[in-house]
Design a protein around this ligand. Structure first.
Ligand SMILES: Nc1nc2c(c(=O)[nH]1)N[C@H]1C(S)=C(S)[C@@H](COP(=O)(O)OP(=O)(O)OC[C@H]3O[C@@H](n4cnc5c(N)ncnc54)[C@H](O)[C@@H]3O)O[C@H]1N2
Ligand code: MOO
Length: 418
């Protein structure tokens, strides 16, 4: 099987996701990272009544056209406890921020612009009509559709939904993502490491990425490099109804790379294997019943790059995120010369720095901040110390010609995924 392009691989992964997961109703405070399953309309006006924006006195502006003006204070309107009467000529009501404006009043005088004395107040500054009053429905009206289906919810959306009158929201179920490390050489982080062993660093890292993407991560541990051990863990993933099974390692061509064989024996429908991608070439994709399969390569940087490019978009698509297929790249300026690229799309670990560039404009000198991406010299896909020092992946298309420092380039910011 020949290598397929990154774009082709991503569209095949997303096509195999199918429809977003079913809808469930979740309390607002637990909706972070969920995706709204339906358009949401306001259940009430906000504010629901004309409200004071300041602490001071509610007045009739006409009474204060000539200042100083002495008014009779006939009551108090506080947030949550309105004044129920009506303000008449030369009368005022003490009012606080957020309180309903009493009937008859059309302005609020700041308390800094008024001198209280007993049951009277002297207004020193003439207010114009509607001064410091928030009209009913200023923010939104009942029935306004303010949040759209497919929106990935953050605290801004939660604040608005709460103000709109909602306590729970219709969101798509979180995908269950089972993660299985494979390899006789691997031990869990923190456990004793034998002479020929290393830590399965990608296991906790992938769990974190999966949770950050909005899914429920299920840790299937480490399978040995034998079919029985793999079979057993794959069966566990099916038994728990995993929406995605992610395997780490064993994806390549060696005799110990048994993941594909084990999955095939259980009836995998192979989508693709091997992508024109560096690092991450041996990526495998398929389906096993209702479970989407992503076989990530074992080198930890390769598995992270594949998770950024394919696993996170698949999770977002299952969550119904309307932006699941968005291009994650953005513009930057290249910080070093680079040789021509070969046939695989390259994702180079790079550090970002802001560079202040002087610009001569017609009106004089301006300064522009540019984001400069400098790839690290070593790009071995086993090297996590370099990954830790990297802010971004610098993307180089297949067969890109040599490039010179200062040219535009495209990057993916890692903080968005890690
Ligand atoms: N003859 C060929 N050899 C290799 C090819 C190839 O095309 N022909 N491809 C290379 C590429 S590219 C990659 S990437 C690796 C990936 O292969 P596998 O997916 O089979 O990975 P493993 O062999 O199982 O492991 C590779 C490496 O990564 C370590 N590893 C595995 N799992 C983890 C984990 N969870 N956390 C941290 N490190 C892990 C493992 O110990 C190995 O050192 O294959 C090349 N070979
Ligand atoms: O593509 Mo492998 O993922 O070079 O290390």
């Amino acid at each position: 099987m020949s290598l397929i392009s990154v774009e082709d691989a991503l569209s095949r992964v997303l096509a195999s996701v199918g429809e977003p997961l079913e809808t469930e109703y979740v309390p607002l405070a637990s909706c972070a990272g969920r995706t709204l399953a339906e358009d949401l309309s306001a259940l009430r006006d906000q504010p629901p009544f004309p409200a004071s924006a300041m602490d001071g006195y509610a007045v009739r502006s006409i009474d204060c056209a000539q200042v100083p003006a002495s008014l009779q204070v006939i009551g108090t309107s506080a947030a949550g406890a309105r004044f129920t009467g009506t303000i008449g000529p030369m009368e005022a009501v003490r009012i606080f921020t957020g309180a309903p404006i009493p009937d008859g009043a059309d302005a609020v005088v700041l308390q800094e612009d008024a001198d209280p004395s007993g049951d009277r107040v002297t207004v020193k500054e003439a207010p114009r009509s509607s001064r410091h009053i928030r009209a009913a429905g200023l923010d939104f009206r009942a029935g306004d559709v303010l949040l759209q289906a497919g929106l990935r919810l953050d605290s801004r959306h939660i604040a608005l939904a709460a103000a709109m009158g909602h306590g729970t929201l219709p969101v798509h179920r979180r995908p269950k993502v089972a993660i299985l490390a494979t390899g006789d050489e691997l031990v869990r982080a923190g456990e004793p490491v034998g002479p020929d062993q290393i830590t399965a660093s990608s296991l906790p890292a992938t769990i974190l990425m999966v949770e950050r993407a909005g899914a429920e991560a299920i840790d299937l541990g480490i399978a040995r490099d034998d079919l029985a051990s793999l079979d057993e863990r794959i069966q566990t993933a099916r038994d728990i109804g995993a929406d995605i099974l992610v395997t780490l390692g064993g994806a390549s061509v060696g005799e110990h790379d048994l993941v594909q064989e084990a999955l095939s024996r259980q009836g995998m429908d192979l989508g693709f294997w091997r992508v024109a991608l560096r690092p991450g070439k041996p990526l495998m994709h398929g389906r096993l019943g209702s479970t989407l399969l992503l076989g990530l390569p074992g080198n930890p940087v390769s598995s992270l790059v594949c998770a950024v490019l394919f696993l996170v978009p698949a999770i977002r698509a299952l969550l119904g995120d309307q932006r699941a297929a968005d291009d994650p790249t953005e513009d930057a300026i290249l910080g070093a010369d680079l040789p021509p690229n070969r046939e695989r799309q390259d994702y180079m670990r790079a550090s970002l720095a802001l560079q202040d560039v002087p610009l001569t404009l017609t009106q004089g000198q301006e300064r522009l901040m540019l984001c400069v991406a400098t790839p690290h010299l070593l790009q071995d896909s086993s090297m996590l110390s370099i990954l830790e020092r990297s802010d971004a992946l610098l993307v180089r298309p297949p067969h890109a010609p040599e490039a010179t420092a200062g040219e535009p380039c495209r990057i993916i910011r890692l903080e968005r995924f890690c």
